[in-house]
Design a protein around this ligand. Structure first.
Ligand SMILES: Cc1cc2nc3c(=O)[nH]c(=O)nc-3n(C[C@H](O)[C@H](O)[C@H](O)COP(=O)(O)OP(=O)(O)OC[C@H]3O[C@@H](n4cnc5c(N)ncnc54)[C@H](O)[C@@H]3O)c2cc1C
Length: 396
């Protein structure tokens, strides 16, 4: 950790550093120099100060004894008394790491009314399940969940902790990483073990998706990642054997909650692309925003959701939550229907693991046909209404 240290006895408040700072990070308050949160530690102020009153202080972070940490943990997310699909996806990811690392796989359950969760996770391959079950944890709240998870990590010292990059995972896992003083690679699209170093390789898009970065956490433990849903298949029920269960108590009075749970409200028309079994997506080939009505009609007839390529989203035809691809959502529905989408690599990155892909495109050379199970070469404006009509006839 580094910081800019100010020697107030040397500082004459000449203002040189304030003028030179490119980030407006230096101010004078109550006749004293003050560095605010805009500081990026670039060090320019240190160089320009004529009095030598500023110094960049590097504090070596305490090095963790890595040998004490063992085991692969996944957060088994649950909602309304049920484990969510992402819990089984994370278990699948953890089991994949176990193949290379050979260490025990443990699930972490936090909530209330969690009976049966351990058995379910055990039958899908978890060796152990840590359970913190308390009435105060019935509804997700960041502070409480972070405290519960951080307490477990500090007590049992896992080497790796993964969680879904869901709304819940994104909300509290960064606090956990900060509490246990380690790093976090957020929103990964892949994880693996480096065979040489046995470190966790965490892959995620960077620079707006133009590069894929591989990140390792060398000096701190645990190695922590949140991983996008639908990257892994759900771990299937594979055995009768049970997971070892470790029940841990929780003290709600230790939580300084800044949020009070008042109730749950269902948001109408919320896009739940990642949970949909059928997705009908439109691209630039739909020509105009109003033509997305054709996509919606087919999606409704199939009980599915509407997706879009980035070109359609960038054109303002569909809102961003509908975007599928490298910088949108990763989806894995049973049926994905791509309409007027060329199949650029960044779009394929978000949908090519769908179970069955149908592509409608007037260009027989469109790259989308390389991943499609069924390709229809033709005009979307003829094919979509005909398809919807047929499906409606079948439904009636
Ligand atoms: C860093 C980065 C990140 C990106 N992230 C994403 C992402 O997350 N998701 C994403 O989708 N893209 C992403 N892109 C953009 C991607 O490269 C493509 O530009 C985009 O996917 C193209 O969208 P499209 O297929 O709708 O449009 P186009 O490539 O223009 O394709 C339109 C298709 O429609 C067909 N067509 C036209 N008229 C008809 C018709 N009447 N009937 C049938 N077919 C017709 C055409 O033959 C053509 O194949 C990203 C790009 C970059 C650089």
């Amino acid at each position: 950790m580094a910081m800019i240290k100010i020697s107030h006895d040397k500082c004459t408040l000449c203002g040189t550093c304030i003028k030179e700072c490119p980030f407006d990070a230096i101010e004078i308050k109550d006749d004293k120099l003050y560095i605010n949160e805009n500081c990026t530690l670039c060090g320019l102020c240190v160089k320009v100060c004529p009095e030598g009153a500023l110094e960049k202080e590097e504090k070596a972070a305490p090095r963790t004894d890595l040998n004490h940490y063992r085991g692969i943990w996944f957060f088994a997310e649950s909602r309304e008394g049920k484990l969510t699909p992402v819990a089984f996806e994370m278990l699948s990811g953890a089991l994949k790491l176990k193949e290379s690392l050979g260490e025990e796989v443990s699930g972490v359950v936090i909530g209330s009314g969690t009976e049966g969760f351990a058995a379910e996770l055990g039958s899908r391959g978890a060796d152990k399940v840590y359970i913190i079950d308390d009435e105060s944890l019935a509804h997700f709240q960041e502070e409480a969940y972070a405290l519960a998870m951080a307490g477990l990590i500090e007590k049992y010292l896992p080497s790796i902790v993964i969680a879904g990059a869901t709304m819940m995972g994104r909300a509290f896992i960064p606090s956990v990483a900060a509490m246990v003083r380690t790093g976090l690679t957020a929103d990964c699209t892949g994880i693996d073990i480096d065979p040489g170093t046995r470190l966790l390789l965490q892959t995620r898009p960077t620079f707006g998706g133009n590069l894929m970065a591989r990140i390792v956490c060398r000096n701190h433990r645990p190695q922590m990642s949140t991983i996008r849903p639908k990257i892994f298949d759900e771990a299937p029920v594979s055995r009768d054997s049970k997971a070892e269960v470790v029940n841990e108590p929780f003290d709600p009075s230790a939580v300084k909650n800044r949020v009070e749970f008042c109730g749950r409200q269902k948001v109408e028309n919320m896009v739940d692309l990642q949970e949909s079994e059928v997705i009908v997506s439109g691209g630039r080939g739909m020509k105009e925003p109003k033509n997305f009505a054709l996509i919606k009609e087919l999606a409704d007839a199939l009980g599915g959701a509407v997706g879009a390529s980035r070109a359609a989203v960038d054109a303002g035809w569909m809102p961003y939550p509908h975007q599928v691809g490298q910088t949108g959502k990763t989806v894995k529905p049973k049926i994905y229907i791509a309409c007027g989408i060329s199949g650029a690599i960044q779009h394929l990155a978000g949908m090519q693991t769908s179970d069955y892909i149908i592509a409608i495109n007037k260009d027989p050379e469109a790259p989308i046909f390389r991943v499609a199970n069924l390709g229809i070469v033709g005009d979307v404006f003829e094919i979509l209404p005909a398809l919807t009509r047929k499906i409606k006839e079948k439904n009636s």
